[in-house]
Write a protein that binds this ligand. Structure first.
Ligand code: BGC
Ligand code: IFM
Length: 817
């Protein structure tokens, strides 16, 4: 069942019922100001950091679901309704929500009145615009009221939901322009550096800034007292919960329409510095707010800003487009894969409807992986991000697992010890260099632990990343896993010091014995990139030494990390195998099959094909590939969090979407295009739109996990949007299935497609040149390039050397066979 449909021409998903299985959200903002907005206008806004600078309040896991947002109430006679249905839930005569690239449009109608609400964050500004157009479609004049409503958050979202003894007395507002401009200035008394403004570009009949006055005693936002009574109270909040609400009285002649612009802005006070600590009266400096509001005080200015945003996205998405016989493939590649890659790049794992914005900030491994799908969009921002991430690394090459986006400082509560982290930095850096050819990043002086006095060049960071694994090998010569590797829940250092003593159960720790075959695969894969980078810098001796370490690791994996039919997952603290046919449960895991094959360990010897066949045989389901089998049915303290989940959920045999593309890529390594395609399409949003009632999360983006076959709710997804799946699937489909792959010296074209496909065309911008690529598959093979013709001339091999390219447009024809 579907709850809407794609509109590819507009690059939108159109939701046609407000009763989606779960809130289906969109992200507004591409730079510093962000809003989450659901299909019923739920959500919230923040500036840069969802934890530290939150503008509006949201209650996660609320009842009713998703019941706080930026709302507009229309009181037309005795009926009160919202264009996005919530929170009154008044049945609408018509409803539509269009989630587009950085904007959402809600269209609702009731009793001959239509309301169109367009929400977006303009480029270059720190505000959300809500443009509300009201139209009378009847033959009579209509007189009605509109009430706006946002609930302010007292900035630090963690504090906001915990420190009530203080918070109930700190809230402050200022009212300007007779109530059209409402300023939320909590914290301003002390810091003077920022405030929020919520304004409308029209005179108002009244306003409210105190929540209880607006809602009424024991009131709720589904039926605010002020709206029910039809008159604002002009309340001025003092402590408790500041809100912003305007009251507009509107008269519309038959057929007439009027538009109002509401702006919710974050404002920084440039003169704050000199005020800090001075006993001023705390009246806000409204000059920067005036400048912001002046940019959006007319419909024309707002329409121009929306047009700019659309042009921005059209240009960005134009860097990579394809055209094939597969409509859904084109839709995903040209629009939604890349859009989700931008969102994961911006948010990492901080703020979604499953991440509260106060738990995790930017993940070291997460953000490095996000770069893989983002770097072609805006390489300069990728560069900056790589250096920010590297600056949180420790001097021994290990890393803080997370950092805060606002402060860019490592999160000491989580600390370090995840032994895959350092290698992801090489992955991110290699992707950047392959995309741009910009080796100058290696010379950037980059701090350790955010301390500039401890800086080295970035190359040294990569060296320490590589050597971290070299220096942390376990008894078999495989990498030590530390607290966990990519699989956060595989905590193999839960052990007792003395035989007979109880296990340590307070969380993952490090230890000398537990080893990871997955990290070994990563080391081989990204170690090869490190070798290339060394060679490019003329560090031949170092490159040779690194190559030797890699060859040794390959041999070790084939010797101690192969289980006969598949790659082992790990060794635990007791040196027992994990992910082996000898195990009672968890005999085979997906991660090492993906990564060891991507790293081509044992490719010639046949291990890779065998591993892929085992994945298909033991882990496949109709909704995707599960992480392991058999699921853990009891808690294994020596394995940690993984077995704390019920069978079929999350890392315990859920369909972890993130590592499905690893298998799809691995299938392209062994040349099985049909299977790579099957794996890709099984979890791909556009291909599973029809089962939205089972899948439940948004049909236009990936979720982190789909319940596996061991779970009662097999096929149900959770944790949509912020997942490494976004970057990895885009990498899979663009670089391995379609096979358009940036490399150090040029662009490789190496498709591995399903044999039914005749070919496709693509436009790829690469290092300032536009490549127009036509791939033909006359013999219907799955992989193999028989001929590559560049600007009419056949070249040897299938790599188009960047150095040989002249001109800004290059035509490439690839004949498979
Ligand atoms: C959760 C895991 C999750 C991981 C992500 C853990 O705390 O329990 O299931 O995948 O964090 O980092
Ligand atoms: O690898 C992790 C990631 O960092 C956060 N989400 C879950 C993944 C698997 O545990």
């Amino acid at each position: 069942m579907k709850f809407g449909h794609f509109d590819d021409a507009q690059k939108e998903y159109v939701i046609t019922s407000p009763r989606t299985p779960l809130p289906w959200i969109n992200y507004l903002g591409c730079e510093n100001f962000f809003s989450l907005v659901s299909n019923t206008c739920g959500g919230y806004s923040f500036y840069k950091d969802a934890k530290l600078l939150r503008l509006t309040r949201y209650r996660y896991n609320n009842v009713p679901l998703d019941s706080n947002g930026h709302y507009y109430y229309i009181k037309d006679g005795g009926t009160v309704w919202n264009p996005g249905w919530m929170p009154t839930k008044t049945e609408l005569d018509s409803y539509e929500c269009r989630h587009g690239m950085g904007y959402s449009v809600f269209k609702g109608s009731k009793n001959g009145l239509t309301a169109e609400l367009t929400d977006f964050v303009p480029m270059g500004s720190t505000c959300e615009i809500n443009k509300l157009t009201l139209k009378n479609t009847t033959t009579d004049t209509k007189e009605f009221s509109v009430f706006s409503y946002v609930e302010f958050c007292l900035w630090n979202a963690m504090d906001d939901m915990t420190n009530f003894q203080r918070n109930f007395s700190t809230g402050e507002v200022e009212i300007h322009a007779d109530g059209s401009q409402l300023f939320h200035k909590t914290e301003y008394r002390e810091r003077r550096n920022h405030y929020a403004v919520y304004a409308v570009n029209a005179p108002v009949a009244g306003f409210d800034t105190d929540r209880d006055s607006f809602l009424g005693a024991y009131g709720e936002n589904s039926a605010p007292a002020v709206v029910t009574n039809g008159e604002s109270k002009n309340s001025v909040a003092s402590g408790w919960s500041p809100i912003g609400s305007h009251h507009l009285k509107v008269t519309l002649a038959p057929g007439e329409e009027k538009t109002y612009i509401f702006v919710l802005g974050y404002v920084e006070n440039p003169v704050a510095e000199k005020w800090i600590g001075r006993p001023e009266d705390g009246v806000i400096n409204r000059a920067p707010a005036d400048a912001l509001l002046a940019k959006f005080d007319t419909t024309e200015k707002v329409d121009a800003a929306l047009a700019d945003l659309k042009a921005y996205w059209n240009n960005l998405l134009g860097h990579f487009t394809i055209s094939s016989s597969e409509e859904k493939l084109d839709r995903m590649v040209n629009i939604w894969h890349q859009y989700q890659c931008m969102v994961t790049f911006n948010m990492s794992r901080s703020a979604s409807y499953f991440e509260s914005g106060i738990g995790r900030g930017m993940g070291f491994r997460d953000s490095c992986q996000d770069l893989l799908g983002f770097v072609h969009l805006i390489p300069d921002r990728a560069r900056e991000r790589i250096l920010d991430i590297a600056a949180t690394q420790f001097e021994d090459g290990s890393a803080y697992h997370q950092y805060q986006p606002l402060t860019k400082k490592g999160n000491a509560d989580i600390g370090s010890g995840f032994n895959d982290d350092p290698l992801w930095l090489i992955a991110g850096a290699a992707a950047y260099i392959k995309e741009t050819g910009d080796y100058s990043i290696l010379d950037e002086m980059t701090p350790y632990d955010s301390d500039p006095s401890k800086a080295t060049d970035f190359m040294e960071h990569l060296r320490r990343s590589f050597n971290y694994t070299v220096k942390h090998l376990g008894p078999h010569g495989l990498p030590q896993i530390g607290r966990a590797d990519w699989n956060d829940c595989l905590n193999l250092n839960c052990f007792s010091e003395e035989p007979g003593e109880s296990f340590q159960t307070f969380g993952p720790s490090e230890g000398p014995n537990a080893e990871s075959v997955f990290i070994a695969g990563m080391f081989v894969k990204y170690g090869k990139d490190y070798v290339e980078i060394c060679k490019h810098r003329g560090l031949d001796a170092e490159a040779k030494e690194a190559e030797e370490a890699i060859h040794k690791m390959e041999a070790t994996v084939l010797d101690a990390g192969w289980d006969g039919e598949w790659f082992l997952r790990a060794y635990d603290h007791y040196k027992n195998k994990v992910g082996s046919k000898e195990c009672e449960e968890g005999k085979i895991f997906i991660e090492p099959q993906g990564f060891c094959v991507i790293a081509e360990i044992g490719l010639k010897e046949g291990n890779c094909l065998k591993a892929m066949q085992s994945v298909e045989k033991y882990l496949d389901t109709k909704y995707g590939i599960v992480l392991l089998q058999p699921a853990y049915h009891r808690y294994h303290v020596e394995l940690g969090e993984i077995s704390s989940y019920p069978p079929g959920y999350k890392e315990n045999a859920g369909i972890f979407c993130h590592n499905n593309p690893w298998i799809s890529i691995a299938e392209t390594v062994v040349g099985r295009g049909n299977r790579a395609w099957q794996v890709y399409t099984r979890t791909c949003p556009a291909y599973i739109e029809d089962i939205s009632e089972i899948h439940r999360t948004e049909p236009y983006v990936y979720s982190q996990m789909i319940a596996g076959k061991d779970a009662p709710n097999f096929g149900e997804a959770k944790n949509s949007w912020l997942t490494g799946t976004a970057a990895w699937t885009f990498l899979d489909v663009s670089q391995y299935i379609l096979g358009i792959r940036p490399d150090y010296d040029g662009l490789v074209i190496d498709p591995c497609i399903p044999s039914h496909m005749d070919g496709f065309t693509a436009k790829r911008e690469f290092r300032g040149v536009t490549y127009h690529i036509t791939v033909k598959n006359p013999s219907h093979v799955e992989k193999g390039v028989a001929k590559t013709i560049v600007d009419g001339k056949e070249i040897a091999g299938n790599m188009i050397p960047a150095a040989d390219v002249t001109g800004s447009d290059v035509n490439v024809e690839v004949i498979m066979g």
